[in-house]
Design a protein. Structure first.
Length: 421
């Protein structure tokens, strides 16, 4: 019987059979046919501490017996309140309010609406332009596709997307082109640019592209000088992925608006939050009901998800999570160094717990024909690695062992010979 399921980012004509996973624990997935797979990409970058961490399981179980769901308009509950307070303490200084949603895409949509709503209610209605970074990816809703790289991800939907201004990715040695382009746009459109949105330090779906913290610091400085809202999309980069709790910390900056999801619940349940400065709340605060912030989802601040997310923040407070992140950062550096000078790999890079390299092939980019071959090769060797075209990245849970990483990188090093590259 053909399955009724339509899977995301999957070409069913080329991949008709899905891997059926029965259970998970730590860094491992277990299939119904008895295989163990190392989850080396944290199941799409969400699992931080490892699958089914007991503290997160207990939090979900306990909250599920108390309050499962309640409308968040006109109501509140303890898990949301406790989580909100914890997030403000953990986040960069100056972020005062927390708005909940249910995914990274919606967290970014909320941020964009906050920024535009702010300028509208402040009377600066000409500030409508959004500046983005080349190769960026912020989600798959209409707004987030609009502020992401135009191309294969969103070409069929081009008529729905709004125009944005683009600054170049800060390639090594060309960082000044990024900042100079941003300054030029501000000079050409005085009083029109509402916000800049970037993925701090690492562009995920764009190919795990990495840039220096100094660039992030310079972009924030320019935003401050021109009163432009600085939005940090930390959906993937947050919760230790880049080596610090949030990537912005490495630049010594605090964004005006910060988006978080994925690792917010340790990868246990869907939840997102958009953190912002008080001024964005104040701009919408009025006896005039037409000035309220018009955004919600039915499951905004779901109590079970909030309880699990709070348990995640407690893990960061009570367990040596940062030490695990630091150890994995060192281990990734050791592993990726083995490929230095390898004739079939290039562009070795690492940021915190994330390591990536490119396979040398003629057809590069997301639709490179090597991607499905590599994916199947890794599956055959008990590894969940999902290349971004010819880019192979390793982004595992912090519980992965050195032995598993040794095996993983050994399999990766043999890929060109086995696949005849």
């Amino acid at each position: 019987m053909t399955s009724p399921i339509w899977h995301p980012f999957t070409q069913h004509a080329l991949q008709p059979d899905m891997t059926r996973v029965e259970r998970a624990e730590g860094a491992y997935l277990f299939t119904n046919d008895g295989r163990r797979i190392v989850d080396a990409i944290s199941s799409w970058w969400v699992v931080t501490h490892g699958h089914c961490h007991p503290a997160l399981v207990d939090a979900a179980r306990e909250q599920g017996g108390k309050l499962d769901q309640v409308i968040f308009a006109g109501h509140t509950h303890e898990p949301a309140e406790r989580l909100g307070e914890a997030l403000i303490k953990l986040a960069p200084d100056g972020l005062d309010k927390v708005f909940y949603s249910d995914s990274g895409s919606t967290a970014v949509e909320v941020a964009l609406k906050m920024a535009l709503g702010y300028w509208h209610h402040m009377g600066e209605t000409r500030r409508q332009r959004i500046v983005v970074m080349e190769n960026g990816y912020h989600g798959d809703t209409i707004g987030t596709m609009s502020v992401g790289e135009r191309g294969v991800f969103n070409k069929p939907y081009a008529p729905l997307l709004f125009d944005v201004d683009v600054i170049p990715f800060p390639h090594p040695g060309k960082e000044s082109e990024t900042t100079h382009t941003f300054e030029r746009l501000l000079a050409e459109h005085p009083g029109e640019i509402a916000a800049l949105i970037v993925e701090p330090l690492v562009l995920g779906a764009g190919g795990m592209l990495m840039y220096k913290a100094d660039v992030l610091k310079d972009l924030k400085r320019i935003c401050e000088a021109h009163d432009v809202v600085f939005i940090a999309d930390e959906v993937m980069t947050g919760w230790g992925r880049t080596g610090t709790l949030f990537a912005c910390e490495q630049a010594g900056i605090a964004p005006d608006i910060l988006c978080t999801s994925k690792g917010l619940t340790g990868g246990f349940l869907p939840l997102a939050a958009t953190l912002c400065q008080q001024r964005f709340f104040d701009a919408h605060y009025s006896p005039d009901r037409s000035r309220m912030f018009f955004h919600s989802s039915s499951y905004t601040a779901n109590p079970i998800a909030c309880a699990v997310a709070f348990a995640n923040t407690e893990l960061w407070r009570t367990e040596p999570v940062q030490a695990r992140v630091d150890a994995l950062t060192v281990e990734q550096a050791r592993q990726i160094k083995k490929f230095d000078g390898h004739p079939r790999f290039e562009n070795l890079r690492q940021c915190g717990t994330i390591a990536a390299l490119d396979v040398k092939v003629a057809d590069q980019g997301y639709l490179s024909n090597i991607a499905p071959r590599l994916y199947q090769y890794f599956q055959d060797h008990g590894l969940l690695l999902r290349p971004l075209g010819n880019t192979v990245y390793v982004l595992p849970p912090y519980s992965i062992t050195s032995e598993d990483l040794d095996d993983l990188y050994h399999v990766l090093s043999n890929a060109p010979d086995v696949l005849g590259l």
